[in-house]
Design a protein. Sequence first.
Length: 231
Amino acid sequence: MAISQIAHEHNFEITAAIDQGDDPSEKIKGCDVVIDFSLADATLPVAQLAARQKVPMVIGTTGHHEELKTQILKTLSGIPVVWAGNFSTGVNLLFFLTQHASRVLDTSSNFDPEVIEMHHRFKKDAPSGTAERLLEIIRNARELENENISHGRKGMTGERGKDEIGSHALRGGDVVGEHTVMFAGTGERIELTHRATDRVIFASGALRAANWIIKQPAGIYSMQEVLGLKG
């Protein structure tokens, strides 16, 4: 499906499509919303332009290091922004379900959490932004630190720690995106899985967020709030 058709279905018109090497400064003037799905290094200059023009922004780019993310957030403090690692409705429902499961299956439950994600061979960052969010949800529910996350295992690692959260990134082929949150107990296992088969879901979600954010006051919002999954 063409992006212009998706935009039309959400009552939007694409006024400019910006790629590497293009100058977005003139294109942003007069826009109702700016949508950024680019590279980590490109988000800050686009955010500066959006903030200067007071244009709401939707950000789906991932891979920002903490210092850069802090700088971007400071730049965007005066405009409404939806920033999410994944704009799929299904993935955001996965976040919601993982949050509730993590509260029930806490450290006292003897269920061991593992997060497995797979993407196409060209993806540059690992874990994915979606996997990072899933790990954060589990970590917060269990009141653990980043140090408790084990990114893959190799060699004589010893027995699995009680406070350990496993993280595994798979890469290959043309996989759009697959994420599984597993809670492995004794005699039973719970798996929450989302599989994306078409990238159109991300474009549709971003436009849904764009429709929502233009009616909001300044602030940083998540896709959970767009979908009404967060009070």
